[in-house]
Ligand binder design. Structure first.
Ligand code: TYD
Length: 213
């Protein structure tokens, strides 16, 4: 049996990744593909427990490096117990954030530096990468307004200031530029329908033989 494809969704807060994950899942399922949606940090019992640790509490709770190690501890559990077994069964995995978030948030925005994050990634992931990463690009001012109007619980990360989010957006764009084969960028200021259409085209171009209605 053919293995499944691993697709990650990346971007700053308020970019609409979660809504699109559900939409992409339906579109792929209509094409007869089995899909699982998951997220990081989290996705497995153990990784969700780590998520509670890393996203809860005050801003100063963890140093940047501790935060990075917690993210990778959660990620390894997630990859070993959920992602790789699903792919091996031929299931496609849609993941809301993955390693590129560690690079953008801990590596760039929190200032650990890209080399340190890449080194940990090499040791823990051993070259395991998504088949495709869709970057939801949005102006941070617009994104912040969206997060606020959603009225959700503000996690430790959502309370970061605008400058942080600007660094983050630049970081994601830089990571995308350095990984042009794996990354596709969508304009997250467009309507939900327009974004869905963009993503469908991206998927059909990236995965030959895939036809979506
Ligand atoms: P979440 O509420 O899922 O945010 P979003 O809806 O924007 O995806 O919270 C996840 C937070 O964790 C988000 O602020 C990004 C952050 N994060 C990191 O800092 N490093 C990582 O490696 C990952 C996966 C997430």
């Amino acid at each position: 049996m053919e293995t499944g494809k691993f697709i990650t969704l990346e971007g700053g807060e308020g970019a609409g990744k979660t809504t699109q994950a559900t939409r992409i899942k339906s579109v792929l399922e209509e094409a007869g593909i089995e899909v699982v949606i998951t997220r990081e940090p989290g996705g497995t019992f153990g990784a969700e427990a780590i998520r509670g640790l890393v996203l809860g509490g005050s801003h100063e709770r963890w140093s940047g490096l501790t935060e990075l190690l917690l993210m990778y501890a959660a990620r390894l559990d997630h990859v070993e117990k959920l992602i790789k077994p699903a792919l091996a069964r031929g299931v496609w995995v849609l993941c809301d954030r993955f390693s590129d978030s560690s690079m953008a948030y801990q590596g760039y925005a929190r200032g650990l530096g890209p080399e340190q994050v890449a080194a940990i990634d090499d040791v823990v992931m051993q070259g395991f990468k998504p088949d495709l990463t869709i970057l939801f690009n949005i102006d941070p001012i617009l994104a912040q307004r969206r997060v606020k109007t959603r009225g959700e619980d503000l996690s430790r990360f959502d309370t970061e200031d605008l400058e942080f989010h600007k660094v983050l957006q630049a970081a994601f764009l830089d990571i995308a530029k350095h990984n042009p084969k794996r990354f596709r960028i969508v304009d997250a200021t467009l309507s939900r329908d327009a974004i869905e259409t963009q993503i469908k085209h991206i998927l059909m171009k990236h995965f030959s033989g895939l036809h979506l209605g």
